[in-house]
Write a protein that binds this ligand. Structure first.
Ligand SMILES: Nc1nc2c(c(=O)[nH]1)N[C@H]1C(S)=C(S)[C@@H](COP(=O)(O)O)O[C@H]1N2
Ligand SMILES: [Mo]
Length: 218
């Protein structure tokens, strides 16, 4: 075997090993084998963790004044004029006021937010099922991707989730945290809560949810 070919094969082996290592946390998550952290661990000390690898059930809530904040934190949204739009690959687009969202069945969950390497905090979110909302909008059969946008024009925050994950309530929308309305810096009036994603995906000041077809199978 010539040297160049040997080098190529060695490279392939390394790539294989690396992709196996990278997919491992994802597999652990898929199997639900998160490490249950003991109650003496402080939720604010977990910025180095991958949210998919740990279980926060025993951790105490972090008081709001100890939350970190990142990215946009001073958008001023008028809750009376604000609407949540649901559009894209749906039969029945929706436009809902905050009042209408608050009248829906309540979803409440204690979730850890990790901004990697920067901060972490554990909080109780109250809101609604985005999955149920999308069902109401009647997704077209080919829809498999959910795009969530924050308020604002060109500079608005945009993140994507799989429809499957949203339908399982793993990703939902919250208007309250630790028993009060979302503070302005944490995304008033509505934010994403996505416990198995890093904080970057937790869109604040949510304005629009759009379904689309990624074109990928399965
Ligand atoms: N609209 C909007 N949402 C956003 C961001 C942003 O810049 N704009 N930053 C994200 C990042 S990087 C993190 S870590 C979390 C932080 O949420 P917090 O400020 O409530 O702690 O919000 C996310 N949501
Ligand atoms: Mo972040």
């Amino acid at each position: 075997m010539n040297k160049r070919r040997a080098f190529f094969i060695q490279g392939l082996r390394l790539l294989g090993a690396a992709s196996l290592a990278l997919s491992w946390p994802g597999r652990l998550w898929a199997q639900g084998k998160r490490r249950i952290l003991p109650s003496h661990i402080k939720a604010t000390d977990l910025a180095q963790y991958n949210p998919r690898s740990i279980d926060n059930r025993n951790l105490s809530l972090t008081p709001i004044d100890q939350f970190g904040t990142m990215g946009q934190s001073d958008l001023d949204v008028d809750p009376v004029r604000w609407r949540l739009l649901v559009d894209g690959e749906v039969e029945r687009p929706l436009s809902l006021s905050l009042e209408q969202l608050k009248a829906r069945p309540v979803l409440e969950s204690k979730v850890l937010l990790i901004c990697p390497g920067v901060f972490s905090f554990n909080a109780l979110y109250k809101g609604l099922s985005l999955g149920a909302l999308l069902q109401e909008a009647k997704p077209r059969a080919r829809a498999d991707r959910v795009t969530i946008r924050g308020v604002g024009g060109a500079g608005a925050k945009v993140e994507h989730f799989s429809l499957r994950e949203v339908l399982s309530d793993e990703v939902f929308l919250a208007y309250q945290v630790n028993g009060r309305d979302l503070p302005r810096k944490h995304g008033f009036p509505l934010r994403v809560v996505a416990g198995s994603h890093y904080g970057d995906d937790w869109v604040k000041y949510v304005a629009r949810v759009s379904l689309s077809a990624s074109g990928k199978k399965g």
